[in-house]
Structures are given as structure tokens and as C-alpha cells.
Design a protein around this ligand. Sequence first.
Ligand code: MSP
Length: 660
Amino acid sequence: MPAKPKFYLTTPIYYTNGLPHIGHTYTTVVADVIRRYKRMRGYEVVMTTGTDEHGVNVERAAKKAGVPEAEFVAKMADAWRGLWDELGLSAEEFVRTTDLRHVRTVQWLFKLFRENGYVYKGHYTGQYCIYDNAFVNDAKPGDNCPDCGRPTETLTEENYFFKLSAFQQPLLDFYKKNPDFIQPESRKNEIVSFVEGGLKDLSITRTTLRWGIPVPGEEPHVFYVWFDALTAYLSAVGGPDYEKRGMWPADLHLVGKDIVRFHAVYWPAFLMAAMLPIPKQVWAHGWFLMDASKMSKSKGNVVLPRPIANMLGMDALRYFLLREVVFGQDGNFSYDALATRYNSDLANGLGNLASRTAAMIEKSFAGKIPKAGKLEPQDEALARETQTAIGDVLDYFEKMNFARALESLWAVIAAADKYLTTEKPWSLGDSEDDTQRKATILATIAELLRIVTVLAHPVLPDSTVKIWTLLGQPGPVSAVELDGLRWGHLKTGVPLGKPQTLFPRVEKVEAIERIESMANEELNPTVAPTPAPAVTPAASGATAATAPAVTEKIGIEDFAKIEMRVGQIKTAERIVGADKLLKLTVDIGTEIRQICAGIAQYYEPETLIGRKVAVVTNLAPRKLRGVESNGMIIAASVGPEGRPVLASFPEDVEIGARLK
Ligand code: MSP
């Protein structure tokens, strides 16, 4: 069998002086979608992401946190990697600029520049933006940084310079020969004019900075952060030994529009100087804006991915990011638009089509997809429309026009809904003719659903697996080859899988409130009091086994401050998006309270109704996963994993009785 063609794609490596928000998630989601898509087109794919850990900002942030830089960045890198893992976005390679493999690659590349005569020592005085880690060309003292608007600082230092000026013509020739190198077209035009305007040599080492990769034998020189950072793409796939891994050059660098110049001018020039292969493409996307301005923690307008994923599922967030904004353009982020799309396109659209199709097959054909009988013109028309959509969707994917790809796919779902409304399979009887017709209709819809599921898989990796299982189709959906996808390959006669919850409809206002409240908890973790270890909610992860031993004694007056009463559980239900929590209503004698308890993994809600429990009744109310909790249920924390066991009363006790 011939070897698979390779595809190597990268996200930017993210700064470690902050944590991921929806803007960073956007790039990583797009990379993940392309990775899955390319795999289904037969490529061997490697995706790299990582963390950009050097520079003055990190130095300052570590100082502020009172820890050494290495410790600071290790924690931050764990947080980034951890979040990507949690969101199902882990890449094959996670490169940190403090990795030894990376340090070696940076030093090797510089050695090649030297050997090839592209560096020299000099002095540089200029205005420097410490926030963007860049000297600001042509700025005067007192000027603000044109990118971020913050004040620049005047710096003079001894530097090594890279002869960027020598690459003006080679770069222009390269752009001409490789017209798709910079995408979209508008960015390409910007870059070409920038290079045509003339290139000044670039200082690529610093002597004013301590926290960076040392230039061997030239201390105190350390490498300029952008030279350091860009090289990470190469370190991730072998560095000096890149030929062994066979992935270099990168096929696609995905970047935000603010960092195109680094990727489309400096990076290819560096590689030309080292005589290394140049990446195939740099694709610049726009920004997700909040109220028309770029998100930043200091402006207090950041949107976090985790609360959205917890509330609506990661597939919903992926769908929204790709569907809402044309790739390459800026767009506004709004929770309202997110929840609207979720309900209309996912809950009422795909989710509803899948569950009602399965329910009809279950009812009329004992849960086995029937074979189609004689086709009517309307069945053939729907088949043709779906077949055409396959070509369109693949074409849009190739052009990175994800919004149009999804639009075309959802037009097929709308056509299916319309077809069902006109054909009304539910109104057909049990005669042979009617059963035949019903079989044809349901087989047609099931086939359409199979195709939609395959095409949507790169964007909705979790829910399409569920639909695939529901349809009882063979193999994993991710293994279906997109190139061979056509109408008519549905496997019939196979039993349907178990019904699955796909996209439960949400109450918009409540969903937004809960997302915002979870985001608030995440951004201001100190606002909520930490629950005591042996007491629910155990969702905090704290357990008696891991809690420090209590050494300090308290007086009876301290204990008297805690009001505990006997309560009786009236209702108990699970909370969408919070696997560990149950929402309870508890009668405490004087009133009925809503209380959340972290016991969902150990107690079935229905077994709790009527049970008498010990409740702390005078705790300040707080929100857990966005749900108000007014009190706390007492539980013992058992075993190393802290299994909660509810405190209960062997003798009958009155509801509301005080525990003393
Ligand atoms: N560390 C550099 C990249 C080095 S790559 C060799 C960096 N890091 S960053 O963390 O500031 O930004 C990483 C990416 O996130 C950039 O592509 C940037 O455009 C993107 N985004 C940051 N905020 C964004 C939005 N609000 N919307 C969309 N993307 C944005 O730059």
C-alpha cells in the first residue's frame, strides 16, 4: 500500500502570561477540525500546539506571583495543556519553548545563520513595546505602541542582527511563485506591500532580557522571543533531525491576523537563511470580538471556553465558532447567538432529526433500518440534493470556508425535515403498500443522516459518534473515507443502537445565566467560599483523605455559629453540564431550600427522595456550576477517592430539629 500523504499543521504557541479564552480556543478548534477532516481524506496528520514561555512579560508575571520563572511557566503550560485535553483538543505535539528539544533547535538555527553569513553584531536603540515583545519601527520616545496602544519604552542594546534586508527580493519571488502561501487574499496584499516597502535588518538577540534562550558563547545575549517562538514549529517535529520524522515543512500555519507578518515575512526569511524548506501556507483568521473590541482580561470582557463546554457541550461551541463567522473575518461573540444556534441548529435540527428517525424505525421496523422499495421522484430529488451537498461541503472545507460548509450541510437537514413533513410516514398504515412506502421514506432519511453524520464529524466529533452508533453503522465514523462518500451505501437490516441524548433543548436565559456564572467562578475563584472537606458538595474534589488534619481546637461558641438541622429531601435531579452535582430541594422545617450536592456519581436521584439528612442551614448561598445552592448536606468522605456517604438518622427525627 502506498504511504499516506502527510499533513503537518500548527496553531500559534500561546503566551503563558495568561490563560486561554475563546479567541485562542478558536484557532485550536479550527486546527482540530482540519486535522480530523484531513485524516478522513487519507492523510497522516500531525498537529502541533504549545506554549511561548520566554520574554519580559513572563519574567514580570512570575515576579508578581513570587515564584521562579521556570516554576511559573511549568504551571501555566500544565493549565493550557490540561484545558486542551479537557476540551478534546489535545495535539500530537505540545511544544514548550523551555523544552530542551526546542532550545537545541533554536541554537542550531542560529548557528546555520552564522555559517551562512546572515548575522552580525550591532547596536540598536528604539522604542520597545514590552507587551508585544517587539521594537516599534519608526516610533519616537513617548509614542504608544500602534498595536496595543500602550506606552513604549526607549531601549539601547547590543544585539545580533539578522540580515532581513537581504530577503526582500527572494520573499517577493517566493510569494509570486506560491500564490497561495498567504491566505486570505487581503492579508497577502498587505504583506506584499509591506515587503515591497523595504525590509530593515532585524535584531534577533537581546542583552536586556534575562528570561530567554542563551546564545551559546555570547552570554548575556538571549534570543528574541519571536525568533525563539517561530522555531517551535520545527522543534516539535524533529528540529535538526526533521528529515527523520518526515513532517517538515509545515503544510499549514494557522494564525490570527495580528501575527501574520511574523509568519509570512520573518519565518520564511529565517528558513531561507538556514536553507531549510519553507511552509506551504499561512492562514490568518480574524478575531472574535466582544462588543466590537478585542477580548482581554484587563478589559474584563473575556469569554471562557470551559463554562460553555460544560453547559452546552464542546460540540456546540465548535459548531458555533465555525458556523457564526466566515473564516478570515472578524466576528462578534454573543452568548445569545450561541444559545439560539444551539437550540435551532443542533437541538431542533440535527438532534431532533436523528432521534425521531430512530424512533420511527424502532416503532415500525422493530429497530432495524429497512431497505428502500420503489423510489418516488421526491425520494430521488432528496438523494440528488444530498449527493450534490457532499461535493459542495468538501469543496468548502478545502477552501477553509467552514461557515458555508455547515450552511450547505444544514440545508440538507432542512430538506429532510421538509420531506418528512410532506411524506408523513407516521400517517401511513400497516398495509403492504403503506409499509413499503414507510420503509422507503425511513431508509431515505437514514441514508441522508448517515451522510450528514460523516460530513459533520470533523466539526462535531462527539455527537456524530453517538448518531453513528444509533444508526448501527459499521466501524468508527472517523474511519469513513470522505473521498468514497456517496449516496446508497447505507447498511440496512442492522439493529439501531441505544437511543442517545444528543442536544437537549435549553432555556436560553437560564443557560446564559449559568454559563456566565460559571465563568465568573472561574475568573474569580476566591469569590465563593471553599466547602469544608468532609461535607458535600464533593465536586470541589477535596476529600477527607487529602485534607490537612485539623489541629486547631475551637470553642463551643465557634461551633454554635454553625446551624445544622434535619432536612428531608423532596426532589432530586441531575444538572446538565455538571456530572458530579445533584440539585435537591430539601424541607428544613421552616422552609424548602434548593441545595446542590456533589453526590451524583454515588447516589441515584430517585433513591434520595424522602430521605432525612443533616443540613448546614446558615451558610451564605452560593452558585455551583451556575445553580444556586442555599445550604450544605453533610456527608462522610470515605476512602482515598473521597466517596460521599450521607449522614443519616437510624431513629426517626423531626424535620427541622437542630443538631447540637
Ligand atoms: N505567542 C505568540 C504566538 C507565537 S507563534 C510562533 C502569540 N500568542 S497569543 O497567546 O497572544 O495569541 C495566540 C493567538 O491567539 C494569535 O493567533 C491571536 O490572533 C489569537 N487570538 C487572541 N485573541 C483572539 C481573539 N479575540 N479572537 C481570535 N483570535 C485571537 O501571539
